[in-house]
Design a protein around this ligand. Structure first.
Ligand code: ATP
Ligand code: MG
Length: 391
């Protein structure tokens, strides 16, 4: 029934002169997600609207699912496109459409017309009235209700005529790439993929870094992170995943620092290396999946100690979320099942039985001095040997 979709977008409408940049980013991302959907799609801008048109056969549900992953879209409207062959033809086609779309005629409606092409012989008020009467004539059982209709039949008169009556909710947010890029610290857990998704939703492109510790962490644990990066990229677009070999740094910390401080010190070096990679790759901030109080390394004292390791802004979109709230999002964006696969990430191997929960930054820094002979070289090695995976 539908050969086209009208795409409604929200906040980007208010951006004045930059508006076309936002629209172009949106068009780009719509094309990106539709690459995975079978069918021939044409995505185009027309006077404050984006249309997705389809040639030939396609899967409606799959197309809608893909469009629902595009940030910046607030509504997806399946539309019927008509050539302008005069009002009677347009009214007849609209009646035929309603007959198919609403087999059960038990609803109230109103027509809401917009005339983008001003030389159309009827103005919007006249279209509302005339089309409304044609519909009532065809289906006497349905009634007009201009204040609170069940169905709003929207008409746009452009080069062609567009009719739609359904709006499917979009992902919201802003188009990718309109707010720079940030580096996600991506582990194999539940939280960090959700954190990446949430920042990407605000138009931020994402690269990711994963710290592994072979042979203490398995190849399978790394594959899980690659899988998670792919799942996040269904929303956030293509990304680079940096895989850092963290084994020697972890062993050195294990060897030379108090064991109850292992996690904090390790996390501080993760932040430092992530910041270095972020700067090299034009990222303007770091993103983590931390949430206050979730574990010993996420008390306010621990977060303060971790935060102090780098100067770049660290975005923690889950900071006030309960675990269940994070799980709900993970399920909705389809990362949960992969996150709960039982492969250790490097944090769980070197954990102390009784980690400090209120680390004192001065004491931590003093412990880190034990590493001063080796840490510079170890960090350089870790950075020089980073593996880059294009997702
Ligand atoms: P997650 O579910 O995201 O793994 P978590 O509850 O296990 O989080 P931590 O292990 O304390 O919490 O990690 C906190 C944050 O630090 C993670 O959300 C992630 O951003 C980052 N992080 C932890 N381990 C790694 C790792 N091996 N590689 C990259 N980032 C990591
Ligand atoms: Mg983790």
């Amino acid at each position: 029934m539908y050969k086209a979709f009208l795409i409604k977008y929200g906040e980007i409408g208010v951006k004045g002169k930059n508006r076309y940049l936002f629209e172009d980013a949106l068009v780009h991302q719509i094309r990106f997600v539709l690459e995975d959907v079978e069918g021939e799609f044409n995505v185009r801008k027309e006077q404050g609207r984006i249309f997705v048109e389809v040639q030939g056969e396609y899967d409606f549900d799959e197309t809608v699912e893909a469009l629902k992953r595009v940030f910046g879209i607030v509504g997806i409207c399946p539309v019927v496109q008509m050539e302008d062959n005069g009002f009677d033809d347009f009214a007849a086609q609209t009646v035929a459409y309603l007959d198919k779309a609403y087999p059960d005629k038990n609803f109230t409606f109103k027509v809401k017309a917009r005339r983008a092409r001003k030389n159309y012989p009827l103005d919007s008020m006249e279209i509302n009235k005339e089309l409304g009467s044609k519909i009532v004539e065809a289906f006497p059982e349905i009634k007009v209700d201009v204040h609170n209709p069940d169905v709003e039949i929207q008409v746009e008169i452009r080069e062609k005529i567009y009719v739609y009556s359904e709006t499917i909710k979009g992902a919201g947010g802003m188009p990718l790439g309109t707010n720079g890029k940030a580096m996600l610290l991506l582990s194999g857990g539940i939280d960090s993929p959700v954190a990446g998704y949430m920042i990407a939703k605000r138009g931020v492109k994402i690269d990711a870094v994963y710290f592994h510790a072979p042979p203490y962490t398995s190849e399978r644990a790394k594959q899980k992170v690659v899988d998670l990066a792919k799942l996040v990229s269904r929303y956030s677009g293509s990304m680079r995943l940096f895989v850092v070999n963290f084994t020697d740094i972890q062993l050195a910390i294990y060897d030379k620092c108090p064991h109850d401080e292992l996690t904090i010190i390790m996390r501080r070096y993760m932040m430092k290396i992530a910041e270095h990679l972020a700067k090299e790759n034009n990222c303007l901030g770091l993103i983590t999946g931390e949430s206050i109080g979730q574990v010993a390394s996420q008390t306010l004292q621990s977060l303060a100690a971790t935060n102090e390791a780098c100067t770049m802004p660290v975005y923690r979109p889950l900071i006030s979320f309960d675990k269940q709230e994070i799980v709900d999002i993970a399920e909705r964006i389809n990362t949960y099942e992969t996150s709960i696969q039982p492969f250790e990430d490097c944090c769980t191997i070197f954990v102390a039985k009784h980690p400090v929960t209120k680390p004192n930054l001065n004491i931590i820094k003093r412990s880190e001095e034990h590493l001063s002979d080796v840490i510079g070289d170890l960090m350089k090695q870790a950075i020089d040997s980073v593996e880059v995976i294009e997702i």
